[in-house]
Design a protein around this ligand. Structure first.
Ligand code: FES
Length: 144
């Protein structure tokens, strides 16, 4: 039997490699979605949230704590508090309101006090509170 290329062999080869390429182009993204790469910053336990003096009293600031938002609050007395900024209701990002001196979630009007305790609205649990230390002109937030 002759080994010369024929139209049928060429079409079989072409369709075989095309189907293989198409399968690879579908399966590779699916496999990356199912098994995403490790994100080193997701395990962050300590970050510099602000420079000391950056926040005036009775003000708040959102900062990145690993892959999640954190909320740094400077109370009216000048002390710092830090919390997870992820609302315990449906994961919206909370913010500090200087007029009410509370932490507020705009999504469903949930409120928390400056200990992180849920006060009103739908949030079912307090916010996670973090430890704050001021050293060398930096406000450092860490998990307790
Ligand atoms: S997500 Fe915050 S109150 Fe609903």
């Amino acid at each position: 039997m002759s080994q010369q290329p024929t139209r049928r062999r060429f079409i079989n080869w072409f369709l075989g490699t095309s189907l293989g390429a198409m399968a690879a182009s579908v399966l590779y993204p699916v496999s990356r979605y199912i098994s995403p790469p490790d994100i080193p910053e997701a395990a962050t336990d300590r970050v510099v949230a602000a420079r000391d003096g950056e926040l005036k009293p009775n003000a708040g600031k959102i900062f990145r704590f690993g892959s999640l938002p954190g909320l740094l609050v400077r109370s009216a007395d000048g002390s710092y508090k830090a919390f997870s900024a992820t609302c315990t209701h449906l994961n919206c990002t909370v913010q500090y309101r200087d007029d009410t001196r509370q932490i507020w979630c705009a999504c469903h009007n949930g409120t928390y006090d400056l200990t992180g305790k849920n006060l009103s609205g739908p949030p079912p649990r307090p916010l996670e509170e973090y430890t704050v230390n001021v050293a060398n002109g930096e406000v450092v937030v860490s998990r307790t």
